[in-house]
Structures are given as C-alpha cells and as structure tokens.
Design a protein around this ligand. Structure first.
Ligand code: AVJ
Length: 320
C-alpha cells in the first residue's frame, strides 16, 4: 500500500513571470482585464471551494447529483482500468463520485495551484489505497504535454464544473482540438457544462448573499499586492457579476468605486469612477450548442446526463 503521490512538473509550469506579464498586459488595455486563472492562489482556491457550498451556486451540487446518478453508466462506457485525468482538479472532490464505479488504475490531477493540488491528491491517495495517484502542476490553458509514466492505453479526461466556460466558444473549441491531438482515438472526455437558464438564477449564483463570490473576485487584488507589490486598495473596488444575454456569458468585473491611480511593478494605471477590470467570463450553453462545438473539435457525443430541472449537464465525449 502506498500513500505517496507521484508529482510531475509539467511544462508550461505556471510561472511568476506569466502573472506579471499577463496582468500588466491586461491593465494596459482599454477595457482592463485579468485572466480568471489568476484567481487560484491558495486563498482563492479556498474561496472557490466555499463558493461551491453557497445555496445560490447551483452548479456544484447539481453536477455532483448528476455524477452520482450516472456513475454506473459512465463506468460502463469508459470501462475499468482507465487512466482518469482531471483538468483543474482543485479539491479533487467530484472525482470521488466516479472512483468506486469506474475503478480506474490511475488518477492524474492537474491544477495551477501547487500546494492545494498536493494536499488534495494526498488525501485522495490516502482514501483510495488501490489507486495510483499522480499530480501535475500546470497551466492547462497553454498547450500541454502529458507527463511520462502516466500515459496508458485508455485515458479518460475529466473536466468538471463547467470550467471550460471560462474560454470563449472559439477558444473552447481550440482547447478541445488540443486535447484531440493529445489523446489517442477512442479516449473519453467527461465534461461538465452549465446550461443557459433564466437570468435571475444565473445572476444569483454569482452574487451570493454571504459575499463569498465578491471576496473571491476581490482576492485577485490581494494577490497582486502580495505577489507583484501592487499599490492597489481592494476597498476601492466593488464586485460586479451579470449575465450578458447576447454573448451567453456571466461577466465578472471589479468596479472602481472612485477615480484613482494604482501602481503595479512601478507602472501607474488610472481608473475613472465606475471603470472596471474584467476578471472572468463564464459561458453558458445549450446541450445541442455544446455538442456541436465538441463535434467541430473532433469529439463525438456518446452520452449526456442532466438534472430534472435542466440546470447543468455532463457529457461523455469520445475522441473520433
Ligand atoms: C470554475 C469557471 C466554472 O464560472 O462558475 C464561480 C468560477 N467564478 N463563481 C464558474 C466561478 C465565480 C466557475 N468556474
């Protein structure tokens, strides 16, 4: 019995220079922006976990219900002894719903947040002694290779939580096409996709009463203070999240509460009152819309499961 997690450093590793360069580039733009991948420092990953427990944030609990109900079906399609590869594994909680039914021979968790990844994969290894557990710290939004020694004949990708919604549809398609060239024919890809629904439900999920999503959004500025010595006061910004119906996406912004100048790495950035930093997009799809997108990237829709209210969907795609 081994509790050890085999750790792999993947290329590209999420480097500090990427934070600096990408943040500066985003702040220089007319519409200031920051990639949502920068939310996930240690504190941000913890806050995201708390978001998942908020009553308004339906995606997590709904996807967990769907996965629990579909686990046997999924196992039947995927077969035993697969290598389960989770992209953006975070707390590695959802995968637990699949492990007993699927009995994969190994699990690889890939996440941008290194310490968080190590903790959660160690817990996983302790709880499932029969499972070979690997961890790789990587920014999978860049082109990525799988680490040596993990690769097996039947990889099944696991991309839950509607994380793919952070990409715009064209980038999501390109991302899937990247996985298509990485995976052998017949590989599976299990993807969670949040569905288009009424505006009130969508907007409540990103404006929870307890203010956890606001804290998550504002924590980005704390990160810039700590890691880039930014002179920026989080109290001078407000959380904003709304559904952009035309583009079918939730947009999150940090709104400047007053005219101000902030400094990052010695560079000054002016904000007017009401001006925003665009921090996240979360695209919502119809089932047909997502299947068409996956099809363009070379993945065939094998199966799709939803909850009775049609809030969320889980898709089993097969690399054609
Ligand atoms: C991890 C990208 C799926 O878009 O719902 C949750 C992130 N941001 N609340 C989402 C998030 C604010 C989440 N994803």
């Amino acid at each position: 019995m081994t509790l050890a997690v085999k750790f792999h450093d993947l290329h590209p590793t999420p480097a500090a220079t990427s934070l600096r360069d990408e943040i500066l580039m985003g702040f220089r733009a007319d519409q200031k922006f920051a990639s949502p991948k920068f939310f996930y420092d240690q504190r941000g990953s913890e806050l995201f976990d708390q978001i998942c427990e908020q009553p308004e944030y339906y995606p997590t609990r709904t996807e967990e219900l769907i996965l629990a109900a579909a686990a046997a079906d999924i196992a039947e399609i995927a077969g035993h002894e697969a290598t389960l590869i989770e992209l953006g594994s975070g707390a590695s909680r959802k995968v637990r719903l699949l492990l007993e039914a699927m009995r994969p021979s190994s699990y690889l968790g890939i996440d941008i947040s290194r310490e968080f990844l190590l903790e959660s994969t160690r817990r996983l290894a302790a709880d499932y002694p029969w499972l070979e557990v690997h961890a790789a710290c990587a920014d999978f939004s860049c082109n990525m290779a799988l680490p040596d020694g993990v690769y097996c004949e039947r990889p099944v990708g696991f991309f839950p939580g509607s994380s793919i919604g952070n990409f715009d549809p064209q980038s999501a398609e390109n991302f899937l096409r990247g996985l298509h060239s990485l995976l052998p024919t017949g590989s599976g890809l299990l993807v969670g996709i949040d569905l288009i629904k009424d505006k009130a439900t969508l907007e409540a999920a990103y404006n929870d009463e307890a203010g956890v999503t606001a804290a998550f959004n504002l924590n980005l500025l704390e990160r810039l203070r700590h890691e880039l010595n930014a002179e920026i006061d989080p109290r001078h910004f407000a959380h904003q999240a709304f559904f952009n119906e035309e583009l079918s996406r939730i947009e999150m912004h940090l709104v400047s509460r007053l005219p101000q100048v902030v400094t990052i790495e010695g560079e000054r950035f002016r904000f007017q009152k009401g001006e925003t930093i665009h921090t996240e997009n979360s695209y919502k799809y119809t089932i047909e819309g997502f299947q068409a997108l996956a099809g363009r990237a070379g993945f065939e829709a094998r199966s799709c499961w939803t909850d009775t209210d049609g809030l969320f969907s889980v898709h089993y795609l097969e690399r054609a």
